[in-house]
Design a protein around this ligand. Sequence first.
Ligand code: SF4
Length: 375
Amino acid sequence: MKNITDIKVVLFDKKAPDNEITAKLHGLKELTFIGYDDEKDLEGKIRELQNKGRRSKEVLILKEFLGRFFQHCPGSPGVICCNYRVINTCFNCFYNCAYCFLNSYLNAFGVVQFTNTENIFKEIDAFLDGADRELIYRIGSGEFTDSLMMDEVSGIGKKLIERYSARPNVMIELKTKSDNIGHLLQIKNMGNAVLAWSLSTERNVSEYEMDSATVYARINAARKACDAGYNLAFHFDPIIIYDRWEDDYKNLIGELFAGIDPGKVVWISMGCFRYSPGFKDVIRNKFPDEDMTAQEMFPGIDGKFRYLKNKRVDIYKKMKGYINCFTEKPFLYLCMESGDVWETVFNRRYSSSEMLEKDFSAHLKKNFTLEGNIK
Ligand code: SF4
């Protein structure tokens, strides 16, 4: 698994004051620090590094973020979304997943860590001030990066967990393909925080999730998080099928529940592999040997290519069956699927994302004791 020690060069804004992140980076060995004056100078420095053969994921760019840190998950048009809230802490990641939509940002270079992250808390606080007290807000940072790949350096996970630990209607989710949780295990006030892992079969991880932790390392980390008292969540997304996918996913789920308390798992998502038009060429170009896109796939209501509907329904029903052998307590949900797929798999009809969000909140309140005292 790659980690912060695989970074070779740090590009930093000469005008920005030193902060916690730069202080920790200065404590690491064998890092070259290069200052830049402004955006144009940064572009020039990046070109120089590219000309010297530096690879994108060896370069960490420390930069102020001028956009919104906190937002609604963009979802996809025409499908039911769970109304997740996302936090932008970083752009790009150390790992190299063949299906990652970040591959379509062809000119992006480097892993960009935002430095003005104190604004995250201002934006979340302002949102929560006017929020619906009846809903449980699931907020996470793993949209454009991996939440934990360098969290021991960025320190963002710990701050998020502690700051919202007293809020009964907030569940901070840190989602990862790493086993980098050592720095979070001693936190006393973890409130309703959720440590979450994306899971796939050993075959898919070795073929399509290069440089991430093995699936066994992830499960082992989940056991430690469970023992430390964290809520857990798992994301079978993307589910990628191949000849013996049923046996492999069934065994994976058995392996997972062999070592954790199923009662601590608050939610599990499922989403079949999908891609936007044009992305197939990007994947084929970067990963010529991949066979993910070799299956029969058709564009859906949002224009994304997916397995045929009957196939997806079959996959979700089987996965649901494997999970329900161990527990029915977590909220099991689909990512980016239409109302009719929902209805066929779960016998529940959602006509809007708001309906799903309400149902999700009600399930969490009914089945889990949520910590916190701010009413
Ligand atoms: S871990 Fe997530 S962000 Fe990183 S490469 Fe894989 S899919 Fe992309």
